[in-house]
Design a binder for this molecule. Structure first.
Ligand code: KG4
Ligand code: ZN
Length: 349
């Protein structure tokens, strides 16, 4: 039964949580979104500085709210990859320092493994194997989850991540940042059938399409053309209809790929993680398709979908229970395939 203090600073959320196996004892999330909004996106240097200013207070608050002392903490973890290097460094350095001062094992955690583990927090009886659809601002992947630390990527996006597509389309519609929640809100009042947009199929060299890979850059360009055309013709475009049609296309594309993949691999459970898991269109589409195919689909609650340290703590507790710990010389990495997670630990079999 491991109790872990975990830190997540890979992007624009400073988060610290204390997790006992699959149970959250405390979770502090300080979002930087209002700071980055004025720039229309995340500014890496600003993110690092904000993390630095917030991290110590977040650590104190997490301990205070969990009503735990250092004596009851078995390990200290932080996200070490992938993400913004300067931002990751703040959390990783804080975790290493705490590990030295309080003489606790240290663990570096892969951010996407954290997104997979978010579902364990809301569904503690879940066990692998299952398929995980990871849809965030930086990633869109279909992961075959075999066991703790054992992941195989079956599908990826060939260009933009799903969240990135939401953010870029929101920017070209001049809606603000981050785009996902704004488009989701507007789509509620729009007609998803108003415009036919390309789903973005990835061609195979010998004909046909890749069944699990996605591509969203063509879809984004199609929305741009729609806007440009209507401007040229002096027609006003109903932004709610554009938002609804775009969202529906993304949701349909992700749903089709996840369902096909789960059926092909004989996996009866699909979990969803990452910021785009909060999307109402994706939730509706995937739930409906899963029901017709007798598959179980699990979405964590919204606050566990977007970046948070509780999911990092949950992954760390599982690794620690298996005796996996990281060296204090472990560095941060802007990119790291999920298949290489076990390289973060010294003492694994
Ligand atoms: O997982 P996350 O918090 O950070 C990354 O690891 O990237 O995901 C952030 C992404 C952003 O692109 C944001 O626009 C998107 O998730 N997002 C959404 C929604 N809420 C957040 N996308 C679509 N619909 C939403 N409701
Ligand atoms: Zn994330």
């Amino acid at each position: 039964m491991a109790t872990v203090l975990a830190i997540e600073t890979s992007c624009d959320e400073t988060s610290v949580a204390i997790v006992k196996n699959r149970k959250i004892c405390s979770s502090i999330i300080a979002s930087q979104i209002p700071v980055h909004q004025q720039y229309g996106g995340v500014v890496p240097e600003v993110a690092s500085r904000q993390h630095l200013e917030t991290i110590n207070e977040a650590i104190s608050l997490a301990l205070e709210q969990a009503e735990l002392g250092w004596g009851e903490i078995n390990g200290i973890a932080a996200t070490c990859a992938p993400g913004l290097v300067g931002a990751l460094l703040v959390g990783l350095t804080a975790a290493k320092t705490l590990s030295i001062v309080h003489q606790k094992p240290f663990l570096g955690i892969h951010h996407l493994e954290g997104h997979i583990y978010a579902t364990y927090l809301s569904e503690p009886t879940l066990e692998p194997p299952f398929l995980s659809l990871l849809v965030s601002g930086g990633h869109t992947s279909l992961i075959y989850v075999k066991d703790c630390g054992m992941y195989e990527s079956l599908g990826e996006t060939r260009d933009d991540a799903a969240g990135e597509a939401f953010d870029k389309v929101a920017r070209l519609l001049a809606l603000g940042y981050p785009g996902g929640p704004i488009i989701d809100q507007l789509a509620q009042q729009g007609n998803p059938q108003a415009f036919t947009l390309p789903e973005g199929k990835v061609s195979l060299p010998h004909g046909g399409y890749h069944p699990y890979d996605a591509s969203f850059s063509g879809l984004k360009t199609a929305v741009l053309r729609l806007v440009q055309q209507s401007e040229k013709q002096g027609k006003s475009l109903k932004v709610e209809d554009v938002a609804a049609s775009f969202q529906e296309t993304v949701a349909r594309s992700l749903t089709k790929r996840a369902i096909t993949c789960a059926l092909d691999y004989g996996l009866s459970t699909i979990t969803v993680g990452g910021g785009v898991a909060a999307n109402s269109g994706l939730r509706r589409n995937l739930q409906a398709a899963a029901a017709t195919h007798n598959l179980r689909v699990l979405f964590p609650p919204l606050k566990l979908c977007t970046d948070n340290a509780a999911m990092i703590g949950c992954a760390a507790a599982d690794h620690l229970n298996r005796g996996h710990t990281s060296s204090l010389t472990l560095g941060v990495q802007s990119r790291l395939p999920l298949s290489q997670v076990m390289e973060l630990y010294d003492n694994h079999s």
